[in-house]
Design a protein around this ligand. Structure first.
Ligand code: CU
Length: 259
């Protein structure tokens, strides 16, 4: 049923509920499209000039139109109350925390995604726009004690499978949008605000490659907000790894940082 909609592969714990809602909304729209289309054809023939030489100023009478409208409104309200609001509430409460969660900061700018891991101390180093240079596009203050062990990457987010990932999202310049389609995540990155967004990746990049029979597949970070001339090339990648591979990757980053 979902494949009819051409949805991207699903790779996060909450993608099922998003897809279910998407599919319900689309089926409702199909029913409405066919129903209103049929009504349109009925109205064209029923109220044609040949059968109604004199215009009626009273109009058609009947309860079907009104009861149909009420039924459609009830279905729409049910979708909002029983699907949309609960799904939204789960996204904006119970943010992951504790030692199990992987916490990263992602900062968008024209036209790249800067990623910052807090390092062993679990604290993000200070970032300051006045420190932004070609070598330090995030503007990380390495003199800040919290920032000494921070790991930074550009357009590359590595996460372990099966653990909640909490992204603190912001922007340096204009509004960008952090879109991870396979994770069913989309959140605007707004300058001056830090927006939390979270997901639990359930399929490693390697497993997804096997599943899709596409050996070069990558999860993409797509900027989903038209943000300037280079918007088209503002794309990053998410590599979902096994716990062991992730630890190995992180150890390599830490090693590269130590002079
Ligand atoms: Cu952008």
């Amino acid at each position: 049923m979902l494949n009819l909609l051409g949805m991207p592969a699903a790779a996060s714990a909450h993608s099922g509920e998003i897809d279910q809602m998407m599919s319900l909304v689309h089926w409702l729209m199909l029913v409405l499209f066919v129903g209103w289309g049929a009504f349109f054809v009925f109205a064209l023939t029923r109220f044609r000039k040949g059968a109604n030489p004199r215009a009626s100023y009273v109009g058609a009478k009947g309860k079907i139109a009104k009861s149909t409208e009420v039924a459609v409104a009830i279905v729409e309200i049910a979708l909002i109350v029983f699907y949309a609001i609960p799904a939204w509430a789960r996204r904006v409460t119970n943010f992951p925390g504790g030692s199990d969660a992987v916490i990263v900061r992602v900062v968008g700018h024209q036209f790249a995604w800067e990623v910052q891991y807090p390092g062993a101390d679990g604290k993000f180093g200070r970032i300051d726009p006045t420190l932004i240079t070609a070598d330090n596009p995030l503007g990380l203050d390495r003199k800040d004690p919290d920032g000494k062990d921070d790991i930074t990457t550009i357009n590359q987010l590595n996460v372990p499978v099966g653990r909640p990932v909490l992204v603190h999202l912001s922007s340096q310049d204009v509004i960008h949008s952090f879109g991870l389609y396979e994770m069913r995540i989309k959140q605007d990155a707004v300058p001056g605000l830090e927006m939390p967004v979270w997901f639990v990746p359930t399929v490693t990049t390697n497993d997804m490659r096997a599943q899709l029979k596409n050996p070069t597949f990558e999860y993409e970070i797509t900027c989903s907000q038209l943000c300037g001339l280079g918007h088209y090339r503002m794309r990053g990648f998410v590599t979902v790894q096994s716990a062991a591979d992730y630890d190995k990757w992180m150890a390599e980053q830490v090693k590269a940082l130590t002079p």
